[in-house]
Design a protein around this ligand. Structure first.
Ligand SMILES: [Zn+2]
Length: 243
């Protein structure tokens, strides 16, 4: 990652968080009380603007059908709100569509753009970056009827100023990073992942996980128990910001 780019966007994100109004209570009660959600910022998102008792659990890729099935089953059973960052080329987003669709329609689950084929965007030309984002968006809208703009997550978290500019030109002004990981982008034991969940599932964090290797339903329930034990609520990113 380009360090200067990293610092400039990190500064922009920090500045943005100073002026963004805070959301009160949940998205529903906020709108009911007359509060307007802030717009997604034109910057990199590292955490939630309102840190009070909320955590954004995000899950990327979806390479494993078993993992994604277990996540969907868990979401149905627990009501957990979660944002999936979809790689359109991964088949489980097609094969599990019927299971996932009701959760997307209700807003419990948000589908976001993680590109079509998961390349390192810093290595691509501008038109290729925009095509990766557009084709993922077309897939999500075609299968699920929702538009993922204006947020995206760059594969591997790799971005620079040029990627941000190209993405913004294509309608993706918010680059969603994370502040805490479940460590399951590669092989990890269930106990290690649970330890990371205890570390990072805290108020205001955006936490990243992956649906790439089979994840036992009981492990997901244990993570939810950590969240509940701390009095936290799960939110999607759309619960915090608006397009
Ligand atoms: Zn990824």
């Amino acid at each position: 990652m380009d360090r200067r780019g990293f610092l400039s966007v990190a500064t922009a994100a920090a500045t943005a968080s100073l002026w963004l109004p805070e959301v009160v209570n949940s998205a529903d009660s906020a709108s009911a009380a007359g509060f307007v959600k802030p717009r997604y910022p034109q910057s990199v998102i590292w955490g939630l603007t309102n840190k009070a008792s909320r955590v954004a659990w995000t899950v990327d890729d979806g390479a494993s059908e078993t993992a994604l099935h277990n996540y969907i089953d868990f979401l149905h059973k627990t009501g957990t709100r979660l944002t999936f960052f979809v790689v359109a080329n991964n088949r489980p987003w097609r094969t599990l569509r019927r299971e996932l669709l009701p959760l997307v329609r209700s807003g419990q689950v948000q589908l976001a753009n993680h590109t079509k084929s998961h390349p390192d965007l810093t290595k691509l030309q501008g038109w290729q970056i925009r095509r990766e984002l557009t084709e993922c968006a077309n897939f999500i809208e075609g299968e699920y009827g929702v538009k993922p703009a204006p947020i995206f997550r760059p594969p591997y978290g790799y971005y620079d100023d040029r990627v941000l500019r190209e993405a913004a030109a294509g309608g993706y002004r918010s680059c969603v990073m994370w502040y805490g990981t479940l460590g399951d982008g590669s092989n990890i034991s269930a106990s290690e992942r649970l330890k990371l969940a205890r570390t990072w599932m805290t108020a205001g964090h955006v936490v990243i996980g992956h649906a790439n290797q089979p994840t036992a339903p009981t492990d997901l329930l244990k993570i939810r128990q950590i969240i509940d034990g701390r009095g936290l609520h799960t939110v999607t990113l759309d619960d915090i910001w608006r397009s």
